[in-house]
Design a protein around this ligand. Structure first.
Ligand SMILES: CC(C)(COP(=O)(O)OP(=O)(O)OC[C@H]1O[C@@H](n2cnc3c(N)ncnc32)[C@H](O)[C@@H]1OP(=O)(O)O)[C@@H](O)C(=O)NCCC(=O)NCCS
Length: 111
């Protein structure tokens, strides 16, 4: 399996035998990579493909001196378990995002 960036589709792809079997979608905002969603094909789930995709993606982003905002819970969870990748994260922007999302949820619940 290999992982490569597909800039046209704004995603990192996990490729196995020439087939895309998973991806991490990102959005480029204010010079930061917002990692918003991860998906692995059902047939490849549960065998470490997702974890490999995250690691390779973050290694590539580190090589680009990128700053990331991991709003995807799977990526965020992986980084929590691998604290040596924590320095890539813009914690202030991530915290602001989470607070604004919680406020929206609270308002939606009240109304
Ligand atoms: C979530 C998903 C990307 C994980 O990919 P995967 O290849 O099955 O994951 P791995 O086999 O690499 O598992 C890595 C670790 O993540 C954990 N994990 C699995 N699904 C998880 C999830 N949704 N959130 C957090 N952790 C998860 C696993 O338990 C495993 O932990 P371990 O290493 O301690 O055993 C995949 O199951 C998927 O595409 N699911 C449907 C879409 C989705 O829910 N995406 C995530 C939200 S953005």
């Amino acid at each position: 399996m290999l992982v490569q960036q597909n800039p046209e589709m704004h995603r990192y792809e996990a490729i196995d035998a020439d087939e895309v079997v998973g991806f991490i979608n990102y959005e480029l905002r204010d010079g930061r990579y917002w990692l918003v969603h991860t998906e692995i094909d059902e047939a490849h789930q549960g065998s470490g493909a997702g974890a490999f995709l995250v690691r390779m993606t973050l290694d590539d982003l580190r090589a680009r001196s990128a700053v990331i905002v991991p709003t995807c819970p799977f990526v965020a969870g992986w980084i929590r378990r691998h604290p040596d990748y924590g320095d890539l994260v813009d914690n202030k922007t991530l915290g602001d995002f989470k607070r604004s999302r919680n406020e929206t949820t609270t308002r939606a619940t009240k109304d």
